[in-house]
Design a protein around this ligand. Structure first.
Ligand code: PEP
Length: 252
């Protein structure tokens, strides 16, 4: 099945309002009319509205880097699915390794966020990935299976149309060390097999699985060419118009 490539940029805790708007304007100019590839950027929460307004009328959609699973109330510092929709987001990124390992988000919390986001009508990029010590201990698939399975608990088959998985080996994030295309392909194929078991073959074949971890203009094409790699979640290289543009063009 031909899955449409999906390239997303995770800006993390970077940019100012001025540099974020300039980055969005630059991307709008270079890749804003590309429709053969799905595109999204994930700016910091406080800039979401401005970036969504900047990108309006282009093919580039906007997502939030995280959200909380409650609707409203006494949850100081958190924002809800409804709030991020209100400022123009179509997507939310959940389960990113920095949320898991820096902020201590558990599988259960991630599952609750996934369920809430989908129920609210958001599209989800669900990230998973093993630590270096887990890979070295031959636990790569155990970890990815546990993370994906638990995050999708209670997610109906029909809702899977709104879920993209991002396989991001933690040892490759921001380190300059990319998984080789074969290493990444192996895990992607296993995740697809897991989805076939959790749902069915058709759902597994239709679900996009992005690769993330030091994707750069120089390695994007060979990664995206692999059978089960359906695009990328890009961190560092999404902060430069030239680099993100080159990565998106590598997907064409
Ligand atoms: C990420 O954080 O999702 C990521 C893949 O980062 P980088 O591209 O910088 O490794």
């Amino acid at each position: 099945m031909a899955r449409k490539i999906f390239v997303a940029g995770n800006w993390k805790m970077n940019t100012t309002i001025a540099s974020g708007v300039a980055l969005a304007n630059g991307l709008k100019e270079t890749i804003g009319s590309i429709s053969e590839v799905d595109l999204a950027v994930f700016p910091p929460h406080v800039y979401l509205k401005s970036i969504a307004e900047t990108l309006a009328g282009s093919q580039i959609t906007v997502g939030a880097q995280t959200m909380y699973f409650e609707e409203k109330g006494a949850f100081t510092g958190e924002i809800s699915a409804e709030m991020i929709q209100d400022v123009g987001c179509q997507y939310v990124l959940l389960g990113h390794s920095e949320r898991r390992h820096v902020f201590g988000e558990t599988d259960d919390v991630i599952n609750r966020k996934v369920l809430k986001a989908l129920a609210a009508g958001l599209k989800v990029i669900l990230a998973c990935g093993e630590l270096l010590e887990e890979r070295e201990a031959d636990k790569t698939m155990d970890v990815n299976e546990r993370q994906v399975k638990s995050a999708l608990e209670g997610v109906e088959e029909a809702a899977m149309a709104n879920v993209t998985i991002a396989y991001e080996p933690v040892w490759a994030i921001g380190t300059g060390k990319t998984a080789s295309p074969d290493q990444a392909q192996e895990v992607h194929a296993e995740i697809r097999k897991l989805l076939a078991g959790l749902y069915d073959e058709e759902t597994a074949q239709a679900t996009r699985i992005q690769y993330g971890g030091s994707v750069k203009p120089g390695n994007a094409a060979e990664l995206f060419a692999m059978d089960d790699i359906d695009g990328g979640l890009i961190g560092g290289a999404s902060l430069k118009v030239e680099d993100f543009t080159a990565i998106v063009k590598a997907a064409l």
